[in-house]
Design a protein around this ligand. Structure first.
Ligand SMILES: *Cc1c(COP(=O)(O)O)cnc(C)c1O
Length: 476
């Protein structure tokens, strides 16, 4: 072995030596012994490999105790950091599934905080002094807002669809239009869910056109349900036809069959009143006479992850008795967040102002532009010649598989930094704390101000300053 290498390897201290140094250093006071030991081993092994690979960075100074301890501190910091961490969404996608979908309104956050660390009446009827039902905590509210006779909540909408199909149509045929056999993403496909529920899929019509007569011809004594799935995440244009809810309800009545609609996103607010594309509301489906409607709690509704089922009392009662309910049941923190979110819907103005998803979707352009202006001024005020900011018009999206064709005009702040291309800036911004998730359009790194909250602007500025200092909070 080459002598220089050997000399360096000999200088590398042992595990115990470093552990003793760390024990005397207050910086490591809160680090559990197991985490510290593993960090010491990892750093030593990294150094050893670098020396063996003749890495020119490996010098006497580099393997001094202080340098090693600094590395160990950084490694333990990374280990101790939480894995689930907040991020800044600068993508302009409002209901971003990868970034946690909906931000909860403040009353919902407060409610969760008050419930999480204490006992609650989750399944206790305080007035009667005996066991109660967790579902009763939100059922009346959902009925009040939607106009439905009965309601039920589960873990998410996929669970709501599965549970409903399993209850109503196990071993029976379910008639669905070919144009509505959608895949939602994350491998949620209507035909697969149906297979799991034990219902038998009967496709009718063609990809682009389905008529009431197609459903009618498919009805046999084996039929258990007529299903409509809202094609929430794509749009079809051209020579298309689908069966209206009214027609489907009429068919159901004629043949004594229940009708179910999976709305996907589901909204209580008519977005066309805010200049956005029309998305069918839960109230409209209920009013049309659909027996069972399912939708998500955390898409356009802007609440926590949940699946909401509304419908007629006999069917909801049957669903509540399905043993699967136990496996799909909603957690108390979710119920707290959902109840407080639902309460906001008693007054639509309050809902639109307080629920972040609704607020961001309906945010007026001047507000977004003001936020973009503010960030650009903050960056300009740094007066750092290496960085410059520019305002750009760009389209934001609703996301969450909702309003797929809608492009919301928005404004972004583009950042250029000398000696860095857009991909490098994107990468470094992602590694800040909190991570900032932006996008690249035409080789420019952009942050869309529709989904950035005003109190996050100083954090973005700080991230840019940190990035310029070269301290990247790099992951080990
Ligand atoms: C999103 C979606 C689902 C799944 O809802 P989750 O709440 O994500 O489980 C089901 N059906 C449709 C049509 C959807 O858009």
């Amino acid at each position: 072995m080459n002598p220089a290498r050997q000399a360096l390897l000999r200088k590398l201290p042992g595990v115990d030596h470093l552990l003793n140094l760390a024990a005397a250093d207050t910086a490591f006071a809160d680090i559990p012994k197991t985490v510290l030991t593993s960090a010491v081993r990892r750093v030593l092994s990294r150094y050893r490999n670098a020396i063996l690979a003749d890495d020119p960075a490996m010098t006497d100074a580099e393997i001094a105790d202080a340098a090693l301890l600094a590395e160990i501190a950084q490694t333990t910091r990374a280990t101790m950091a939480l894995n689930l961490t907040r991020t800044i969404n600068a993508t302009g996608v409002v209901v971003h599934t990868n970034l946690g979908r909906s931000l909860l309104a403040q009353p919902a956050v407060d409610h969760i905080l008050s419930i999480a660390g204490r006992y609650s009446n989750l399944e206790y009827n305080i007035a009667a002094g005996k066991r109660g039902s967790r579902y009763s905590l939100v059922e009346d509210l959902i009925c009040e807002i939607s106009g439905a006779e009965a309601a039920m909540v589960v873990n998410n909408n996929a669970a709501a669809v599965l549970l409903s199909l399993d209850t109503i149509a196990r071993n029976r045929e379910v008639i669905v239009s070919r144009g509505e056999l959608v895949e939602i993403g994350g491998s949620f496909r209507i035909p697969d869910v149906m297979a799991k529920s034990g219902a038998i899929l009967k496709e009718v019509g063609t990809t682009n056109r389905t008529h009431p007569a197609d459903y009618q011809r498919a009805i046999t004594p084996e039929t258990g349900l007529l299903l409509k799935v809202h094609a929430s995440n794509f749009g079809m244009v051209g020579f298309t036809a689908s069966v209206s809810l009214a027609d489907l309800v009429a068919l159901g009545e004629k043949y004594g069959l229940p009708v179910m609609e999976d709305l996907g996103s589901g909204t209580f607010v008519d977005f066309s009143r805010y200049g956005l594309t029309k998305e069918p509301t839960v109230q409209e489906s209920v009013a049309a006479g659909v027996d069972i409607v399912t939708f998500s709690g955390d898409k356009l509704l802007g609440g926590p992850q949940a699946g909401i089922i509304v419908g007629t009392k006999p069917i909801i009662d049957k669903i509540k008795q399905n043993p699967l309910t136990r496996a799909l049941r909603i957690d108390k923190m979710t119920l707290a967040g959902l109840e407080s979110t639902l309460r906001l819907y008693r007054d639509e103005k309050t809902a639109v102002a307080a629920i972040p998803t609704l607020r961001m979707l309906t945010c007026p352009m001047p507000d977004i532009a003001a936020r973009a202006e503010a960030l650009k001024s903050m960056i300009d005020a740094m007066a750092d010649s290496r960085v410059s900011a520019a305002l750009r018009d760009l389209p934001s999206r609703a996301g969450g598989g909702a309003l797929p064709l809608l492009e919301l005009p928005s404004r972004g702040v583009g950042i250029t930094i000398s000696n860095m291309n857009a991909a490098m800036i994107e990468n470094r911004m992602r590694r800040q704390s909190p991570p900032i998730i932006g996008r690249i359009i035409d080789d420019l790194y952009l942050m869309d101000m529709r989904t950035v909250q005003t109190d996050e602007l100083p954090e973005i500025l700080f991230a840019i300053q940190t990035l310029l200092k070269g301290d990247q909070h790099a992951q080990p």
